[in-house]
Design a protein around this ligand. Structure first.
Ligand SMILES: [Zn+2]
Length: 77
């Protein structure tokens, strides 16, 4: 039975757990705070690319074309 590493985002606790592959998709509870913990896929995985691909605002939703404000007093006609 393989050992997996889990991380609890509630109390920042890392712990290891023996899990059969049939229970891999079940969320284990943290031994300290009993909240749901996340499985760490690899300690070497970098999350530095997480902020890329942020949603860009749709330009069509702004009524004012000159200052991109939704309620712009100076651009109102
Ligand atoms: Zn916890």
């Amino acid at each position: 039975m393989p050992i997996y590493e889990y991380f609890c985002p509630q109390c920042n606790l890392k712990f290891e757990l023996l899990r059969p592959s049939s229970k891999l998709n079940e969320i284990p509870s943290c031994p300290r705070c009993h909240n749901g913990a996340k499985r760490m896929l690899s300690p070497f995985v970098s999350h530095s690319n997480h902020d890329e691909g942020a949603p860009t605002p749709t330009s069509g939703s702004f009524p004012c074309s000159t200052c991109s404000a939704i309620n712009c007093a100076s651009c109102k006609e």
